[in-house]
Design a protein around this ligand. Structure first.
Ligand code: FMN
Length: 167
C-alpha cells in the first residue's frame, strides 16, 4: 500500500484512487426545469438523517446538472439496479440510443423505470465544497423494489453482489 505522509501534498489522482477503494452503489440524479428533464450518474450519494429525512449528493461544478438543480431546487435519486449498467454510462456522457422510454413521473419529477429505489427531495441547503457542491435534500417521496439487486462501483469498475445469482 502506498503511504502519503506529507499531509499538505495530496495528489488528486491518488486521492481519487483512495476514494475509489470505497465501494458504493450507483445512482442517477434526475431533475426537471422549464428547459426539460435531465439525468446524471452520481456515486457521491449519502443518507444523512432519518428525522428530518435528509439525503445529500455531491455535484461537480462543471456539470450541467448543477445549474439545473439550483434552478429547480428539487432532485430525485434513482438507485440503479444491477441491470442498469447501460443507464450509468448513458447518464455519464456516453449517450446510448438503444435506451428508450426511460422515465416515469413521481411527485412532479422524472424518475427511472427499473430503479432499485427512488427518493424525491427538495433542496434545503447547498454547501460549496471545492470543485463540487453538496446538495442537502429533504425527502418528499419514496419508492423501492425490494427484489432488485444493486449495481455496485469500486475502483472505477462496475460490479454486482457475489450473492446475486444474475451477477
Ligand atoms: C460511476 C460514475 C459515478 C459518478 N459519480 C459522480 C458524482 O458523484 N458526482 C459528479 O459530479 N459526477 C459524477 N460522475 C460524472 C458525471 O456522471 C458526468 O460528468 C456527467 O456526464 C455529467 O453530466 P451533465 O454535465 O450532463 O450534468 C460519475 C460518473 C460515473 C460513471
Amino acid at each position: 500500500m502506498s503511504d502519503t505522509t506529507t499531509v499538505n501534498i495530496i495528489d488528486p489522482r491518488e486521492l481519487r484512487d483512495c476514494c475509489g477503494s470505497f465501494a458504493s452503489g450507483v445512482t442517477v440524479i434526475t431533475t426537471r426545469t422549464p428547459e426539460g428533464d435531465h439525468g446524471m450518474t452520481v456515486s457521491a450519494f449519502m443518507s444523512v438523517s432519518l428525522d428530518p429525512p435528509l439525503i445529500t449528493v455531491a455535484l461537480d461544478r462543471r456539470s450541467k446538472m448543477l445549474a439545473k438543480v439550483r434552478k429547480s431546487c428539487r432532485f430525485a435519486v434513482n438507485v440503479l439496479s444491477q441491470k442498469m449498467r447501460p443507464h450509468a454510462m448513458h447518464f455519464a456522457g456516453h449517450p446510448d440510443e438503444t435506451l428508450t422510454d426511460l422515465f416515469l413521473e413521481r411527485h412532479g419529477l422524472p424518475v427511472l423505470l427499473g430503479a432499485a429505489a427512488v427518493m424525491v427531495a427538495d433542496v434545503v441547503q447547498q454547501v460549496e465544497a471545492g470543485d463540487h457542491v453538496l446538495f442537502l435534500g429533504r425527502v418528499r417521496h419514496l419508492g423501492r423494489d425490494p427484489a432488485a439487486a444493486p449495481l455496485l462501483f469500486h475502483a472505477g469498475q462496475f460490479g454486482s453482489l457475489a450473492t446475486d445469482p444474475a451477477g
